[in-house]
Design a protein around this ligand. Structure first.
Ligand code: C2O
Ligand code: CU
Length: 569
């Protein structure tokens, strides 16, 4: 009897195991996003109305497994048009649901809705979603958590729990008002008034009647922090008092595990970090402050939250949290250079292009353009890639590309190198012409080409570093150096062995980075600086990847229910 029972149990286990294997297919999830104005109270008890999703700031978290598909029905109940982007989701063959306004779609008008089909492939870990129209992403954003598939494990001991940490900018004024005013004046939006962690400003500000973000932890447990830099224009340092941070992933791809006292994360980037609650039971500050190497720096404010052990007695531990100084270039570089790709089986197989078909060398600059209607001065601030300042069209580039009948929306002549070579990283560029050309220019790539993009910062304008982000791909970050890129000697310093696979790369001030990828995702893909200030000034361009020769290597048809209408079409 005993034996029989055991057999039965084994048999049942076998059946369960098999059916589990068979059931390991991708799931489909449905979300509804209601975008509307909601009142929030903040510094000094001021109440302001802010455009958010489902009345929450940050917005709702999407939580799925690897390779799932997600439908998000976005109902615009706000006062102006907007779009949503799934930052870091590659959306194979599906630019229709990528989101950047006037690049892959026109805005979802107030009172209407649009359903995005978000197709996951090899992404694993943490990404995020945000509005991709004017400055609306300041309040319209949230986490996109991608758990291992059901038959998959983490490449490290499974954490006891996870916690999303969203680093944000806080403006007392409305984002749309701010950018509209700055654009019509030709000036810069003022720096953020404060910074938030998961919507909380914390206890460091004047009349801080704010609540602190508190993360509850149990003694001896390990937590996976999913850290997202959703700030508008600020790179960030982040640290927790007395607790070291173990970095395990960036931009939804695992990295070689390393431990540090702090992280440095650029806008757009996401980092998965393990923290072990192994200190004396108590309450510890976590804190964030900007890192900046720009001549136009953000406010040097620290925002704090609390890591709080369950059953800890007494008040907030006086133990201070130490962060690098805001201008500590070495602290930023020393952290960033430790990030390396991990060859764990859970990562996408390493496919670093070795022989390059297409090279693009891009000089990044801030500029000024003549402005007839600007009330303050006859020029306006602008920014450019290879001296082209991106001019957002009225009809999206994707529609114009797909329906060849629409012309005059964009041209295919984005320069593959800077039109003028000067000492890009030199100190005295005051004699140089700071003008740029306005244009809507794309780079057209053949399907499958091996592409290398070298991004070069210049000291033209304010100088400083830039977080450059490409839609539709993760690229291998193969090289970084200081000064002007030398295409003869610098490639010998490339890391072609374990380069990180990321979607947003920190291009250092007075320096360059090289990234590589295979153009195997047909579509229309935006590339831009993830400082909103720079992107809205024109520091953007478009990569078009042509169809391959088969249906499976071609752009999917547009959604049957149609795309949001562009005004005038
Ligand atoms: Cu995170 Cu084009 O965006
Ligand atoms: Cu920038």
């Amino acid at each position: 009897m005993g034996l029989l029972k055991q057999d039965l149990v084994l048999w049942l286990l076998g059946v369960l195991f098999l059916s589990n294997l068979l059931l390991c297919r991708a799931d489909v999830h449905y979300y509804d996003f209601f975008v509307r104005e909601t009142n929030f109270t903040s510094l000094c008890n001021t109440t302001k109305s802010m455009l958010v999703v489902n009345d929450s700031y940050p917005g709702p978290e999407i939580r799925v497994h690897r390779q799932d598909t997600v439908y998000v029905n976005v109902h615009n109940q706000g006062n102006y048009g907007l779009t949503i982007h799934w930052h870091g989701v590659k959306q194979p063959r599906n630019p229709w649901s990528d989101g950047p306004e006037f690049v892959t779609q026109c805005p979802i008008q107030p009172g209407t809705n649009f359903t995005y089909e978000v197709i996951l492939s090899d992404e694993i870990g943490t990404l995020w979603w945000h509005a991709h129209s004017d400055w609306t992403r300041g309040s319209v954003h949230g986490a996109f958590v991608i758990l291992p598939a059901e038959n998959e494990t983490y490449p490290f001991p499974t954490p006891d729990a996870d916690q999303t940490i969203i680093l944000q900018s806080w403006y007392n004024r409305d984002y749309k008002e701010l950018i509209d005013e700055a654009t019509s004046n030709g000036t810069a939006v003022a720096p953020a008034d404060a910074y938030a962690i998961n919507g909380h400003l914390g206890d460091t500000y004047a009349c801080a009647n704010e609540t602190l973000f508190r993360m509850q932890v149990d003694y001896q447990k390990t937590y996976l922090l999913r850290i997202i830099n959703a700030a508008m224009n600020e790179q960030k340092f982040f640290a927790i008092a007395n607790h070291r941070l173990t970095v395990v992933a960036q931009d939804a791809s695992y990295v070689q595990i390393f431990t540090n006292d702090y992280i440095m994360i650029s806008p757009g980037q996401t980092m998965d970090v393990l923290v072990c609650a192994n200190q004396n039971m108590g309450q510890y500050y976590m804190a964030t402050r900007p890192f900046s190497d720009s001549a136009a720096p953000p406010r040097n404010n620290i925002t704090r939250g609390v890591l709080q052990y369950t059953n800890s007695v007494g008040g907030l531990n006086a133990s201070l949290v130490t962060l690098p100084a805001m201008t500590d270039l070495d602290a930023a570089a020393n952290f960033t250079r430790r990030i390396k790709n991990s060859n764990v089986t859970q990562n996408p197989p390493m496919k670093v292009p070795m022989d390059i078909d297409r090279r693009v060398y891009v000089a990044i600059a801030t500029n000024t353009l003549p402005c007839d209607n600007c009330p303050i001065q006859p020029t306006r601030l602008a920014a450019s890639l290879n001296n082209v300042s991106f001019d957002f069209p009225q009809i999206d580039v994707l529609q114009a590309y797909y329906n060849r009948s629409i012309s005059g929306v964009f041209t295919e002549d984005f320069p593959l190198q800077p039109p003028v070579f000067y000492n890009f990283t030199g100190d005295d560029l005051t004699g140089l012409n700071r003008n740029a050309d306005l244009g809507t220019k794309a780079v057209v790539l053949n399907y499958g080409e091996a592409v290398e993009i070298v991004l070069q910062t210049t000291q033209l304008g304010a100088g400083g570093s830039h977080p450059m982000h490409l839609h539709g791909f993760s690229f291998y970050w193969v090289g970084t150096g200081s000064g002007n890129f030398n295409n003869v000697t610098d490639p010998s310093s490339y890391n072609l062995v374990d380069p990180p696979l990321i979607n947003t790369v920190h291009v250092p001030a007075r320096g360059w980075v090289a990234v590589r990828f295979f153009a195997t995702n047909p579509g229309v893909w935006f590339m831009h600086c993830h400082f909103e200030r720079h992107s809205s000034w024109g520091m953007d361009t478009v990569f078009i990847v042509k169809n391959g020769t088969t249906v499976d290597t071609s752009i999917l048809p547009p959604p049957a229910s149609g795309m949001p209408r562009c005004s005038g079409t």
